[in-house]
Design a protein around this ligand. Structure first.
Ligand code: HBI
Ligand code: FE
Length: 285
């Protein structure tokens, strides 16, 4: 059955993926044989470039899991990743044609299934691509799903998303996704590091977010985070920092319904807003 494609953010282009291939839940089959040698070469070059940039910037959980992904040979078969991922945390990855609607996305996460786009960017888009492709989804997101604490957080996020959707609060919860799972920073004993996929898969924003004196980093506060709009076409103006992955679990334990009320009455903040209550965190520690 043909499902509707998804347009993300304020993009004016139709999405790239072929949604005719998708099942009703938006998953599809990864047709591994159709990748060209150029596709594998693009993936390998992206991998080698990003691998060389991780030291001192990527968090310990990400670095610990990345080798078990064995991404050095090219675009992997998702089934091979799943053998190891299922064993580690009970998660699995499923192929999708690209961005999928919020509700379908939340439903997959709640069942510990992470959607991974199966196509790869063209060589001309090597440095920047607007839509997530297989490199962003696999390299950025999947290593953290090998961590049991983070794996539980993403499932909880999906369950919370289903509730938020019913309450019309999907957009608020999407901001939490953005500022944690995509662009989150964590304070380790040896300094600030990235755990968000959008940072870990980005050649330029990774170092900027962790090290630049001009990047604004504040302690993660749930209401502050859900009030904050974000931009999809530039570096983030604000990064939210956690002290441990357990903080993500503790934070999502209470019912969010009263929080949505609070966020709505407090009102939206711009991506670069500054609040008196913000706890500023410098990159040194
Ligand atoms: N679909 N494939 C895919 N990947 C995402 O990260 C994604 C999505 N659809 C919706 C979505 N993210 C966002 O709405 C999240 O912010 C909640
Ligand atoms: Fe992503």
């Amino acid at each position: 059955m043909a499902v509707q494609p998804v347009v993300y953010g304020n993009s004016h282009r139709p999405p790239r993926g072929d949604y005719e291939r998708a099942n009703a839940d938006y998953t599809c089959t990864q047709d591994w044989a159709q990748y060209t040698e150029q596709d594998h070469d693009t993936f390998r070059r992206l991998y080698q470039q990003q691998l060389s940039r991780l030291p001192g910037l990527a968090c310990d959980a990400f670095l610990a899991a990345l080798p078990s992904m064995e991404l050095g040979r090219g675009i992997p078969r998702f089934g091979d990743i799943n053998q190891r991922l299922r064993q580690a945390t009970g998660w699995e990855i499923v192929a999708v044609p690209g961005l999928i609607p919020e509700l379908a996305f939340f439903e997959l996460l709640a069942r510990r299934r992470f959607p991974v786009t199966d196509w790869i960017r063209t060589p001309a888009e090597f440095d920047y691509i607007v839509e997530p492709d297989v490199f962003h989804d696999l390299f950025g997101h999947v290593p953290m799903l090998f961590n049991p604490v983070f794996a539980d957080y993403v499932q909880r996020y999906g369950e919370g998303g289903l509730k938020a959707h019913a309450l019309g609060a999907g957009e608020l919860l999407a901001r939490l996704y953005w500022y944690t799972i995509e662009f989150g920073l964590i304070r380790q004993a040896d300094g600030i590091r990235a755990y968000g996929a959008g940072l870990l898969s980005s050649p330029a924003e990774l170092a900027h977010s962790v090290q630049s004196p001009s990047a604004r980093r504040i302690g993660l506060d749930l209401v502050r985070c859900m009030r904050t709009r974000y931009t999809i076409d530039s570096f983030q103006a604000t990064y939210f920092v956690i002290d441990s992955l357990d903080q993500l679990i503790d934070m999502t334990a209470p019912d969010f319904a009263p929080l949505y009320e609070l966020v709505r009455s407090a009102g939206d903040l711009s991506a670069d807003a500054i609040q008196a209550s913000d706890v500023e965190i410098t990159s040194g520690k």
